[in-house]
Design a binder for this molecule. Structure first.
Ligand SMILES: [Zn+2]
Length: 127
């Protein structure tokens, strides 16, 4: 029976081994070589960190900042639909809150500050 952990789709180290073959170990995260073939070296770790940050930045650009050629009406409709989803999410979060968590401080104390405008000085804090 074949090895259930064998994943030909995953990258491999690929370094030349003393036995003459190629290393089949997975490379360290962000690196191109495994721990045994230089993946743990400080230079490799620094380069791996750089690759990971670069990949994260590319991913963020793909998601948030990529310009698309889209018909204006379709763009507005998409925006409205996304916003409706965000509103639903916020409502769901607000419903999950306990009413006692929605207020803080003393409910009966009058808040008076000299720096605040007149309309604010006469206001009391919520109960
Ligand atoms: Zn290796």
């Amino acid at each position: 029976m074949s090895n259930p952990n064998h994943r030909p789709d995953l990258p491999r180290c690929g370094a030349h081994t003393r036995a003459g073959g190629t290393c089949a170990n997975p490379p360290m995260t962000g690196a191109t070589r495994c721990r045994m073939h230089g993946g743990a070296s400080p230079r490799s770790k620094a380069k791996a960190k750089e690759r990971i940050q670069d990949a994260e930045a590319r991913h963020a650009v793909e998601i948030f900042a990529a310009r698309r050629d889209i018909e204006p009406g379709a763009a507005l409709l998409e925006l409205v639909q996304w916003t409706a989803g965000e509103v639903d999410y916020c409502r769901q979060q607000a419903r999950a809150l306990d009413e006692d968590d929605l207020t803080w401080g003393r409910g009966s104390r009058k808040v008076v500050t000299t720096a605040a405008p007149q309309w604010r000085r006469n206001r009391t804090s919520p109960t």
